[in-house]
Structure formats: structure tokens, C-alpha cells
Design a protein around this ligand. Structure first.
Ligand code: SF4
Length: 162
């Protein structure tokens, strides 16, 4: 589903349901990535990928799904996660000479990456958001993302423990 359709769907649901109390971030949240790479490195973690994401990334890399499984995935609890390098960097994190970073699979990156930092765990409270901001210098920068976009990100991550 495209972003615009998703936003319309979220807006429709809000109108139909009356939507309860407004969340603390109802006025939107400011964020613009600085490409520091913090969220794709550091302590070991999980980058969850589902079957459709696996197919899409494998095709982007010119690999069969089986070869992608062998080279880039590990089992993690109920699902599959992308591998990390020994230093904790995501396998697909590219470090550039100017100190910025890039994602080698950016056009097909997993939902988990696409929806950062609008994860349920980060939005639980203003304090949780502040804690997240301590590691993500992009938080608090530039224009605010509006509520429907944030809700759409939460919905996309619905089945992930984020
Ligand atoms: S930690 Fe924040 S600012 Fe840094 S790369 Fe990740 S999203 Fe961008």
C-alpha cells in the first residue's frame, strides 16, 4: 500500500472510531536523519525481515531467496534478522570517508528501518522519546512529521516487537 493510501486509511479510521484520546505526540514529531549511523550499529540487536521483505531485498541484490538466507540472515526467535558485522554494524551499513553513512539496500530496506524512530517503544511516553533522542541526533530537527504518518509507521510495525 502506498504512503498516501495508508495515510488516508488511518485518517478514515480516526474519523470513524472517534479515535479516543489524542496521543502525547498528536501535534507531530520533529525528525530529520543526520546519517550518523547510530541506529544501524552499536550493541547487538535485531533487524526483523518477513518473507516479502526477504524476497524484495534478495531481488535487489540479484540473489536467490535461498542464497540470501544463507549469506545475510540468522534465525531469531519467531523470525529472521539481518546479520551484523563483528563490530555491531548492520551488514548493509556503508561508512563513508566524510563520516556519514549510507544503507546499501536503502530503496528496499526493511519496514523496521523505514519506520525508525516512530516505534511503539520510542513513543510510549515523552520520556521514552527523550531517551531515544539521546542516541539519535535526528530527533528534534527540521519539520514535524504529522500524526497520520506516525500512526501509519506504528501500524506497519504492528507485528514486530518494536
Ligand atoms: S541515529 Fe538517527 S540521525 Fe543517526 S542515522 Fe539513525 S536515524 Fe539518522
Amino acid at each position: 500500500m502506498r504512503v498516501r493510501e495508508k495515510v488516508q486509511e488511518v485518517l478514515r479510521e480516526a474519523v470513524v472510531s472517534g479515535s479516543g484520546t489524542a496521543p502525547w505526540y498528536a501535534k507531530g514529531l520533529r525528525f530529520a536523519c543526520t546519517r550518523c549511523g547510530n541506529c544501524c550499529s552499536g550493541a547487538s540487536g535485531f533487524v526483523w525481515v518477513g518473507p516479502t521483505e526477504i524476497e524484495r531485498i534478495a531481488a535487489y541484490l540479484g540473489l536467490s531467496v535461498e542464497a540470501f538466507h544463507r549469506k545475510h540472515l540468522r534465525r531469531a526467535g519467531w523470525g529472521r534478522s539481518l546479520l551484523e558485522k563483528p563490530n555491531g554494524d548492520c551488514e548493509f551499513l556503508e561508512r563513508r570517508p566524510d563520516g556519514t553513512t549510507g544503507c546499501l539496500i536503502h530503496p528496499v530496506r526493511p519496514i523496521q528501518c523505514r519506520t525508525w524512530p516512530f516505534w511503539k517503544s520510542n513513543l510510549e511516553s515523552p520520556e521514552a522519546w527523550k531517551r531515544t533522542a539521546a542516541g539519535c541526533p535526528g530527533i528534534g530537527r527540521s519539520e514535524a512529521y504529522p500524526l497520520p504518518i506516525i500512526k501509519a509507521a506504528l501500524q506497519d510495525n504492528g507485528r514486530r516487537p518494536l
